[in-house]
Structure formats: C-alpha cells, structure tokens
Design a protein around this ligand. Structure first.
Ligand code: PHE
Length: 330
C-alpha cells in the first residue's frame, strides 16, 4: 500500500492522479480485488480485515482529494501565467453607457409627479376607437379628429395618437378620487424637423368631488412642475381647444434660449409652447359614468421637453441612434 500512497503524493498532474484513482477505486481496481478476497477468509478474520480495508479506503480517498485540490490550484496558476492577463491594465475601451435623453427627461418628469403623490398608469399602444376618441368627446366625423393623424388597423383599431385613452381606462377601472400620470409612446402620421411618427407623452389626470378641483389647482401644479423642469422662467396660459377639456389652455414658457427677447427657436415670439391642459369636459365624465366630480387633465410631449432642455435642434436625431450625439449625454 505504501507504493500507492507514494504514487498519489508524487503525481504531477490531474490526469496522472485520475489514472491512479481509477487503478485504486475502479471496478477492477486494487481495492475491489482486495474486497473480493474477503470471502476466502475465516469468519473470525473477515470483520477485522474488512475494517482495515475500509480504513485504508478512506485514507486513500482523503489523500487523493487533497492532492487533487493542490494540483487544481497549481493548474490554475499555470494557466494564469500562460495567459498573462493583467487585470489592472488600463483599457481604452472603457466606455460607460448613459440614459437616452428621452428616457432621462421622462424620468425627471415622472419623478416630479411621484413626489406630488400621482400614481403611474399604463395602457395599450394599440387602442380602439372608443378609448382613443369616442369616450374623449371625439365622436365619429368630429373635425377635431383631423388634428391627430391616425394610423389605423382593421376593425376600428388604431395606434393610440395620445396618452389620453389611459385617462378613460383608469376612470373605468377605479372610483374617484384619481390622481394619475401616464407616460408612454404615441403615434401620428407626421415626419419633419419637429415631428416623428412615434414620440412620447405624459398624461396627467386629477379627479375629485365636485368643486374640489379648480383651474387654479391646475395652474399651480403645472407652474410648479415647469419651474422644476426649466428653472427660472415666465409662464403663461393661453386659451385653446381640446375636445376632452373645457375650458382648455395651452401653456407657454418664456424662451429659454433668448430669455424672451425673440429668436429663431421661439419664432421671434419670446414664448415656447410646452403643454396642453384644461378642466375635464363633462362629456368625458358621462362616458365613464362618473357623477358629481370635477377634474383637470394635461398632456405634454417628452421629446419636446428633451429638445429644449438639451438644446437639440432636430427632433429626428433623437431616434437615429447616432453615438456621436448620444455620447454627449454620458
Ligand atoms: N391629448 C392632447 C394631445 O395629445 C393633450 C392634452 C391632454 C390636452 C390632456 C389636454 C388635456 O394633444
């Protein structure tokens, strides 16, 4: 047996050790042979020899395990030396990722409204006529449907043209009061300097008991939000029209490029339009079966915010994936 112990201890690599292990422990290995011989022994001798054999077996096994461990460590060490990797070496390819400016802007918008206790709601991108138009006080053949250049599928299904259908879904699934925003992609047949067929909006809706919600509440939250996004700016509310709000307004901020003096970006008006909003039209409440409530709603384009915040001149460049542009936001 001494011979085998020496063999184990002197083996120089894992293959050799494995060969020895098979010779000792294999089906026809020396241990198996020794155990076979037991049957030829007398009944007194048998247990004694068997015990010795078992002890030997355990000892050899232990030795092999220890040796295996040692050889594995040695093999790894040799491998490392052979591959010669210096993990501390400076790499010129150490490129960090960054949030896309649209995502980053979206995050900031959502962050504000979460801090004001608004919940986040989501809806499908493929909508039906009822949620995208009808329930929002846009009956069939209403001329205001032309404002939204819709992509249609068969069977009155369409790509949602705004996030307002999520207002409807939320009201149909919940009792008032409601205080929600809904960020997400929307689609319109439009493509130029300031329009892409897919862009992102954030919708807002607040509903509570009648006379609990006023236009002044709407003005407060939007003005506070715009100051959070753009810093020190002037804000004005301009009368406007949306079928789902009455009265409606568009919100302008003083041009952040020329500080209101007038430049190309603001078409020399000194103002930039950034939001649509208004008090929820009674017809919308009727469509979702809400009674004795009042509310306000607003909607904004995330890309427009991103362009203004980062001074990006062409909206389309946000979707071209050009690393030279995106790397600037690291
Ligand atoms: N849905 C409108 C749009 O896409 C924006 C809006 C939302 C206006 C809510 C008023 C209230 O243009």
């Amino acid at each position: 047996m001494k011979k085998w112990i020496e063999k184990i201890q002197n083996s120089i690599n894992l293959e050799e050790l494995e060969e020895i292990r098979v010779k000792i422990f294999g089906k026809k290995g020396i241990l198996a042979q020794e155990f076979k011989k037991l049957k030829n022994l007398s009944n007194e001798e048998k247990p004694k020899v068997a015990k010795e054999l078992n002890e030997l077996k355990n000892r050899l096994n232990g030795l092999i395990c220890t040796k295996k461990d040692e050889l594995q460590k040695k093999a790894l060490q040799e491998e490392l030396i052979k591959e010669n990797i210096d993990p501390s070496l400076y790499s010129p390819y150490n490129i960090k990722g960054a949030l896309h400016p649209v995502q980053d802007t979206m995050d900031r918008i959502v962050e504000y409204f979460i801090s004001m206790n608004f919940s986040i709601e989501n809806g499908p991108l493929i909508e039906d006529d009822f949620h995208n138009f009808e329930a929002l006080n846009l009956p069939k053949f209403h001329p205001a449907r032309d404002m939204q250049d819709t992509f249609y599928f068969k069977d009155e299904m369409l790509l949602r043209t705004h996030t307002s259908p999520v207002q409807i879904r939320t009201m149909l699934n919940n009792e008032p009061p409601i205080r929600m925003i809904s960020p997400g992609a929307v689609f319109r047949r439009d493509f130029d300097l300031t329009h892409t067929p897919m862009f992102h909006q954030v919708e807002g809706l607040l509903v509570d008991k009648k006379q609990r919600v006023s236009f002044a509440n709407l003005k407060f939250i939007l003005s506070d939000f715009l100051k959070y996004m753009f810093g020190d700016i002037d804000i004005r509310y301009r009368p406007s029209f949306f079928p789902f709000t009455e009265p409606s307004a568009e919100v302008d901020i003083s041009c952040i490029f020329c500080k209101g003096k007038g430049c190309r970006v603001c078409s020399h008006t000194g103002w930039l339009e950034v939001l649509g909003c208004g008090m929820v039209d009674p017809n919308v409440f009727k469509a979702v079966g809400y009674k004795d409530v009042s509310g306000y709603a607003f909607g904004l384009g995330v890309e427009r915010f991103a362009m203004l915040i980062h001074k990006i001149p062409d909206l389309r460049s946000l979707f071209e994936g050009d690393l030279r542009l995106l790397e600037q936001f690291r």
